[in-house]
Design a protein. Structure first.
Lengths: 118, 114
């Protein structure tokens, strides 16, 4: 079981460039999400999805797009990179969103993608 | 809006002593509370959660947390700290009225010294 796989692990971009951070899970999890982690700010939710074809915005969605065409994949697109998007990005998934399901919100995290925008 | 606060950026404890990492929350409905741990250069790992029932929740690696509704707190505790417990700890909350997402606190760095 690979769990949650994020690629790339490291990326350097120039301001204005676009790129996609890939996230794939092989656990048949219905819920997937993207967070960014910045020093002193903790983790902030960018976008999330509760199933294929369904996405919603989190706390800091501006500058990012997502789509969920399959259960397994949840890519995060940076449309026009800015230095403020320099961060470590984490993809996380869980089996269920039903609060009274034992798997609800028990997130499995990927190893992270460190992005630097110059 | 739902939020959690972790008032301490860092907690220092000697090995073998009890440890507490503090968390308070603010939600509009019933709170559903979580603790996660992050080791260096890794993603976060689930420790424990409170949904309903007993206020004292036991989790992985000997950690436990106590839900206190009157004080809106969910402090993480361990009776005897290990050096290997040194990591970054995050409290998170989900509010039944605010959808599916977990909102995380800023994190508390725990340092356990030999």
């Amino acid at each position: 079981n690979a769990g949650v796989t994020q690629t790339p692990k490291f990326q350097v971009l120039k301001t204005g460039q676009s790129m996609t951070l890939q996230c794939a899970q092989d656990m048949n999890h219905e819920y997937m999400s993207w967070y960014r982690q910045d020093p002193g700010m903790g983790l902030r939710l960018i976008h999330y999805s509760v199933g294929a074809g369904i996405t919603d915005q989190g706390e800091v969605p501006n500058g990012y797009n997502v789509s969920r065409s399959t259960t397994e994949d949840f890519p995060l697109r940076l449309l026009s990179a800015a230095p403020s998007q320099t961060s470590v990005y984490f993809c996380a998934s869980s089996y269920s969103t039903d609060l009274f399901d034992s798997g609800a919100n028990v997130l499995t995290f990927g190893a992270g993608s460190r992005l630097t925008v110059l | 809006a739902q939020s959690v606060a972790q008032p301490e950026d860092q907690v220092n404890v000697a090995e073998g002593n009890p440890l507490t990492v503090k968390c308070t929350y603010s939600v509009s409905g019933n709170p559903y509370l979580f603790w996660y741990v992050q080791y260096p250069n890794r993603g976060l790992q689930f420790l424990l959660k409170y949904i309903t029932g007993d206020n004292l929740v036991k989790g992985s690696y000997g950690f436990e947390a106590e839900f206190n509704k009157s004080q809106t707190s969910f402090h993480l505790k361990k009776p005897s700290a290990l050096v290997s417990d040194s990591a970054l700890y995050f409290c998170a909350v989900r509010d039944q009225n605010s959808g599916y997402a977990l909102n995380f606190g800023k994190g508390t760095s725990l340092l356990v010294t030999p």
